[in-house]
Design a protein around this ligand. Structure first.
Ligand code: CUA
Length: 122
């Protein structure tokens, strides 16, 4: 029984990110990172966070709809058109590493090149 529980715990640790439905239920203040999407770049395109921090990504667009997908994670947000508000992703960065994020909504000729990196460091 104890072994099963331990195995389950380590599996949980192996996930890249834990999606948080309700950031307010955590005592830790989220690390807010504002990201702007504009054909065909994200600004900033390199995001660095510390392991274990709660990260709140606020995504907005300067033109059309874009997407935001962290490769290898379940995250896939649609960033609304300019002036229509923002998309928010809240997660805990659990595993050290370098992850790629990319636009996941067809937005034009440069869509496939619209990407960036998220680094989780110790
Ligand atoms: Cu931006 Cu596709």
């Amino acid at each position: 029984m104890a072994t099963t529980l331990r195995r389950r715990a380590s599996l949980a640790c192996a996930t890249l990110f834990v999606v948080l439905a309700s950031p307010s239920s955590f005592s830790q203040e989220p690390n807010v990172v504002r990201v702007t999407a504009e054909r065909y770049t994200f600004t900033p395109s390199h995001i660095k966070v510390k392991r274990g921090t709660i990260v709140e990504l606020r995504l907005r667009s300067e033109d059309t709809n874009h997407g935001f997908h962290i490769v290898g994670s379940p995250f896939n947000a649609i960033i609304p058109k300019r002036g229509r508000g923002e998309a928010t992703l809240v997660f805990r960065a659990d595993s050290v590493g370098r992850y790629t994020f990319e636009c996941s909504k067809m937005c034009g000729a440069g869509h496939n090149f619209m990407r960036g990196t998220l680094t989780v460091e110790e």
